[in-house]
Design a protein around this ligand. Structure first.
Ligand code: TXA
Ligand code: MG
Length: 324
């Protein structure tokens, strides 16, 4: 166990990162667990503290497009178009990496995932570190992503060196991951930037589809695990318009997006938004899932989201969380 320092000062956090320590920091999507991306030992520490398998690559965070161009071999026209439109923001682009980015960061793949976060503290921190920072979501591998400093402490306290507290994350869902490694842009993970918004700028985007019957090595991209983002409590999903019926004799919780007619049947109800606004749902999603997970329930029933905009990413997280 080590002491995990909680701070609000970016210069302290930056100094720790420069020394090779592991520091979680806020972004607009979720909290990331940062390490100096040019220091292999620190990067190895991320995998160790999260117990993350080495086949799953890390996103590299930079301050601006010039810094992004410095870690890739080429920045295609499509990359320029899409980054000009959506960076800083919840979009990760996978582009051909330069050798200086360690194979540990990319899990031996030829592409590196890059992102400019849209959060003033994150940008200040990255500027003070002066180097690219590798950061996965700051939670133990496979678990629910953290959207507050308290969530990070709950999951990784004692295993990392520091947490920069920037309050709750505004978007609440991880970035959308888009691979530009081939001529055909491919969506590897739906996320906080709706894929329709990307398509409005660069045209059709191919969807990588994971196959739950095959193991990780056979998936079209790393990180497409069937079970992920999962609470410890059993989670069952219901269709968007199905009525939620608690299982008899069981302590049930309900996760739902809009207005609901239920009250007494459930031990706890988390209503993500009064009017099913998907932005509000996304911002509250992981915190609500954590709250239900700590309520000593037998089962969490979760209503699926409308399959459009941010609902696509929300459904992706729900279905992976429910996978057994
Ligand atoms: O919003 C986010 O993306 C947050 C914040 C901290 O930036 N980060 C995050 O990281 O969610 P993580 O590691 O939990 O998820 C990153 C996903 C993984 O599914 C990983 O496999 C994929 O991005 N990824 C990262 N680098 C990649 C690469 N070089 N090639 C293909 N996929 C990559
Ligand atoms: Mg993650």
């Amino acid at each position: 166990m080590r002491e995990t320092v909680l701070c609000k000062d970016t210069s302290i956090a930056a100094e720790m990162l420069r020394r090779g320590q592991l520091v979680a920091f806020p972004t607009e999507t979720v909290y990331g667990l940062g390490a100096d991306a040019t220091n292999s030992e620190s990067v190895a520490g991320i995998f160790e503290s999260k117990q993350r398998p080495a086949f799953d690559p890390l996103i590299v965070h930079v301050t601006d497009i010039v810094a992004a161009q410095q870690v890739v071999v080429s920045f295609s026209e499509v990359a320029q178009k899409v980054s000009a439109e959506f960076w800083p923001g919840p979009l990760t682009l996978v582009l051909p990496k330069r050798p200086q980015i360690s194979d540990l960061v990319t899990a031996g793949l030829p592409g590196v995932g890059l992102r400019i976060p849209n959060h003033p503290l994150a940008i200040e921190l990255l500027q003070e570190v002066g180097r690219p920072v590798a950061a996965p979501s700051a939670n133990p591998f496979g678990g629910v992503s953290p959207t507050t400093a308290g969530h990070v402490m709950d999951g990784l306290g004692g295993r990392i060196d520091g947490i920069l507290d920037g309050g709750p994350c505004e978007v609440g869902l991880e970035s959308t991951v888009l691979s530009l490694m081939t001529d055909q842009p491919t969506l590897l993970r739906p996320g906080g930037l709706p894929v329709e918004d990307i398509e409005a700028v660069i045209g059709a985007v191919q969807r990588a589809v994971s196959d739950p019957t095959r193991d990780e090595a056979a998936q079209p991209a790393p990180g497409m695990l069937s079970r992920h983002y999962a609470p410890a409590t059993t989670l069952q999903t219901i269709a968007v318009h199905d009525s939620a019926v608690p299982a008899e004799g069981k302590r049930c919780g309900l996760l739902t997006h809009g207005k609901h007619p239920y009250s007494k049947e459930f031990e706890q109800i988390e209503q993500l938004s009064g009017n099913s606004d998907l932005r509000t749902c996304a911002a509250n999603f992981f915190a609500a899932l954590r709250s239900l997970d700590s309520a000593n329930l037998d089962v969490i029933i979760a209503r699926s989201f409308p399959d459009t905009g941010l609902g696509i990413a929300l459904n992706d997280r729900l279905h992976r969380a429910a996978f057994v």
